[in-house]
Ligand binder design. Structure first.
Ligand code: C5P
Length: 227
């Protein structure tokens, strides 16, 4: 069976990573969460005074980029790779609403994008990879054999993310989460560098009314048509 590249793009909190993890496990592929990489750079920016409630010191962050090392380490107990920032596990720290509120501004910086895209392309050069993000089918792997674009209503997505954050004990309100989802969608689709758009050869999957199993079955059928 030939190994392919599967690109999964879409709006915030559409369940891209859940689907990508399921597919990678089923196919024995590597899974890469590129959102985690942008989140880790954002955490670095927060920890190093490059970003705060009312400022983003882009120049300082760009100058610091060479000192940011991003890596993934597979955690067999979880069944997926966790994000490390300069060899520190940041998998939990990057998932807060605070990081979510800054990440789209950081992800709009071209120098940040080119560093991360280069690393992503390197990770995928052997194929047998499922990568999720915003620009995977358009910029990172424009030749991916299968491109999925995931959508769902903003309310549905915010509710899912709210439930996740609450389960982790984060004290956030549904309204805050909805605002973050809508704001990120706006910045991600309107930035100059690699805006979130559906690649022409992408297949749209609206999972507003699909559960995890149904969504997986739909996409697995698409995979089987290609491999
Ligand atoms: O996927 P996740 O919601 O964790 O991504 C966080 C943010 O990182 C997105 O809202 C977007 O601003 C940025 N991102 C991006 N390009 C990617 C992946 C994520 O710009 N490939």
């Amino acid at each position: 069976m030939k190994k392919i590249t599967i690109a999964i793009d879409g709006f915030s909190s559409t369940g891209k990573s859940t689907l990508a993890k399921q597919l990678a496990k089923h196919l024995g592929y590597v899974y890469v969460d590129t959102g985690a990489m942008y989140r880790a750079v954002t955490l670095f920016a927060m920890q190093n005074n490059c970003i705060g409630a009312d400022f983003l010191d882009k120049e300082k962050l760009v100058k610091s980029l060479p000192s940011i090392k991003l890596s993934f380490k597979f955690n067999p107990e979880l069944g997926f790779a966790e994000m490390y920032l300069n060899d520190v596990n940041v998998e939990t720290a990057i998932r807060t609403l605070e990081v979510s509120s800054f990440v789209s501004a950081v992800a709009a910086i071209s120098e940040v994008r080119s560093k991360l895209v280069e690393q992503q392309q390197e990770m995928g050069k052997e194929k047998g990879i499922v990568m999720d993000g915003r620009d995977i089918g358009t910029v990172v792997f424009p030749n991916a054999e299968l491109k999925i674009f995931m959508t769902a209503g903003a309310d549905t997505r915010a509710q899912r993310r709210f439930d996740e954050l609450q389960a982790k004990g984060d004290s956030v309100t549904y309204e805050e989460v909805l605002k973050n989802v809508v704001d990120r969608d706006y910045v991600d689709t309107h930035r100059d560098d690699s805006p979130l758009v559906m690649a022409e050869d992408s297949i749209e999957v609206d999972n507003s009314y699909l559960d995890r199993k149904e969504q997986f079955d739909v996409v697995l059928e698409l995979v089987n048509e290609v491999i």
